[in-house]
Write a protein that binds this ligand. Structure first.
Ligand code: SAH
Length: 234
């Protein structure tokens, strides 16, 4: 009686092609646009009728990439520098029993194109291919709590990181027109300082790479300065 079977109602198409550099919560990088593509059983306009009256929605999803890696009772939240430990249920860690995630995201629109129903979303923190298990409208009168307190995660994580682009990176951005927000998108992803906590404590220049959409992006970090060295097609 305590085991359940859950099936995805759809999947996410996201610019984030690997876990590294995805923001740790939704809405931190508003330029992150995604599509929720409904599975065949739910590919009917009736399922979302009325949803266009809402500006934001809750997504419940499966941390599918790490779901088979298990969980432990205590985790080290990145914002505590990777040192202090908290109970897994006191955090939004991905490694948790049942591997279920939840994100409140902006609903930009509903699309029904060539027989495929999709939701257009922004501000997402989800990996490409993430299975969605439920969708609910965000209800400000109940979900937004102005008196809420949040202990070790009381405010939006702020960094002092600056982001600069090499001439090659700027030229690459300029020669494409498909993603008008690309410069701001990369800037805001890097401003989050996606490095693991132990790397932030190291001196010297560090090199990193990530894939956003179908672009390989390389950058270097020195203290609080990011330099995007190159952008190439994958
Ligand atoms: N807002 C969610 C997610 C918080 S954790 C919640 O509170 O439940 C956010 C991290 O989840 C991201 O930084 C990314 O690294 C990771 N992530 C996103 N989609 C994932 C997926 N499908 N599988 C595993 N990890 C994922």
């Amino acid at each position: 009686m305590n085991d359940y079977q859950i099936s995805a109602i759809g999947h996410i198409q996201s610019p984030y092609k690997q876990k590294f550099a995805i923001p740790r919560q939704p809405r931190l990088v508003p330029q992150a646009k995604a599509k929720l593509v409904f599975s065949a059983d739910f590919n009917r306009e009736e399922f979302v009728r009325g949803l266009d009256e809402f500006s934001h929605i809750w997504l419940l999803f499966r941390f599918h990439e790490t779901a088979d890696k298990g969980y432990s009772a205590m985790v080290r939240p990145p914002r505590l520098g990777g040192n202090a430990r908290k109970g897994v249920f006191a955090t939004r860690a991905t490694f948790r029993p049942n591997a279920i995630g939840m994100s409140a995201v902006k609903l930009e629109g509903i699309e029904y194109l060539n027989g495929q129903l999709s939701l257009l979303l922004s501000g997402i923190d989800l990996l490409d291919g993430t299975p969605i298990i439920d969708i609910k409208p965000y209800l400000p009168y109940s979900d937004a709590m102005s008196d809420a307190t949040a202990g070790f995660a009381d405010s939006r994580p702020e960094t002092q990181m600056t982001v600069e682009f090499s001439p090659q990176a700027l030229a690459f951005i300029a020669q494409q027109s498909h993603y008008p927000d690309l410069h701001a998108f990369i800037t805001n992803v890097l401003k989050q300082d996606p490095r693991p906590a132990y790397k932030k404590q190291q001196d010297g220049t560090q090199s990193y790479g990530m894939t956003l959409y179908d672009f390989n992006i390389n950058w270097q970090v020195n203290e609080s300065h990011n330099l995007v060295t190159s952008i190439e097609n994958t």
